[in-house]
Design a protein around this ligand. Structure first.
Ligand code: OGA
Ligand code: NI
Length: 342
């Protein structure tokens, strides 16, 4: 690569440290039924202490995962003009794009976004008075031809794991196992294929800049290259999550933070890139229906003041997506904007 676009350059205080700290102690939870009596308390501890954990024996067939990983590699290997035939735009938020800006700095990555449960609906515009809805439509490239089928199969498998985790999460908060089920009717779950190409300036740029995930829970499949860093709650250091073959990395998103009235916090994370190896990852983002008003659950705020005002998930999603699409002069919409002042 010749001249590097200055849009990729992070401010000094956000640049990656080349001396990586490997995370010790991110909980690894074995979801096999033999261990079932421990799951709820393991999840409560993991969500409180880290906001991140890994699961193994999670029930997602490794074959489904391998197939989507192979198809993603084939797709990203296409020439740019082929990938751009399925580009997202300001109106359709799903498809290919390589210009995402996190906190207004460009990420060193390209992505392909797919809605998991089709048909799904989102508001047609961020305007709160506009009640029009838009049907989310996946765009499928001609090549690789199996992409659609493998994504649909993977989505079905991930939704099973997500329902299971949501039940455990609910129990860990002292709620009935099915407390969240209704909220996920007409869910806006999506799958993102991420490709981080080798980077000529790994000390200046990031694959994804520091951010919190705005959904309820994220389930990440990362390959063996590694690069995901999470902000350790005890001391605020960036620590790297070591790849565990076939595991999922699960993290608390902003919606769970609001529902739990800050009992479980959404933790910042980012991705380092390197100059030699490309990296692939596949997050599955569990998110409710567009009609859901996200607010602290009444059962969890008994005797306590709710820390957030309600916000409409669909409008939040559409506003955020549009603003990440290009560089803006203002900060992105965040849940902190709905925080009630003390
Ligand atoms: C994300 C994310 C991490 C990764 O897509 O929100 O944090 O390792 N991805 O790709
Ligand atoms: Ni993320």
């Amino acid at each position: 690569m010749g001249e590097v676009d200055p849009a990729f350059i992070q401010d000094t205080q956000h640049r990656p440290k080349l001396a990586v700290i490997e995370a010790e102690g991110i909980p690894l939870i074995d979801l096999s039924s033999a261990n079932a009596s421990n799951h709820v308390s393991q999840i409560a501890d993991a969500c409180k202490n880290w906001g991140f954990f890994q699961v193994i024996n999670h029930g997602v067939p490794s074959e489904s995962r391998r197939k989507i990983e192979d198809a993603a590699r084939k797709f990203f290997a296409l020439p740019l003009e082929e990938k751009r035939k399925v580009s997202r735009d300001e109106v359709n938020p799903f498809g290919y794009f390589d210009t995402e800006h996190t906190k207004n700095v460009r990420d060193w990555k390209e992505v392909f976004d797919i809605v998991a449960s089709s048909p799904a609906f989102i508001p047609a515009s961020p305007n709160p008075d506009d009640k029009e809805l838009e049907k989310l439509i996946n765009q499928w490239p001609q090549y690789p031809p199996e992409l659609r089928e493998v994504c649909e199969e993977y989505a079905r498998e991930m939704e099973k794991l997500a329902v299971n985790l949501l039940g455990l999460l609910s129990l860990s908060l002292g709620l009935p196992e099915n407390r969240f089920n209704l909220l996920f009717e007409e869910s806006t779950n999506f799958i993102r294929l991420n490709h981080y190409p080798p980077c000529s300036i790994p000390h200046l740029a990031l694959g994804i800049g520091r951010h919190k995930d705005s959904g309820a829970l994220t389930f990440l499949a990362q390959d063996d290259v590694g690069g995901l860093e999470v902000k350790r709650k005890t001391d605020g250091e960036w620590v790297r999550v070591k790849p565990t073959p076939d595991a999922y990395i699960i993290n608390v998103g902003d919606i769970v933070q609001v529902w739990s009235n800050d009992t479980y916090e959404s933790v910042e994370h980012r991705v380092m890139v390197n100059s030699e190896r490309e990296r692939f990852s596949i997050p599955f983002v569990l998110s409710p229906g567009h009609h859901v008003w996200v607010k602290p659950l009444e059962e969890l705020t008994k005797g306590e003041k709710p820390k957030y005002r309600a916000y409409n998930w669909g409008k939040f999603f559409v506003t955020r997506r549009r603003s990440n699409f290009k560089k803006l002069d203002v900060e992105n919409l965040q849940i902190s904007h709905f925080r009630v002042s003390e």
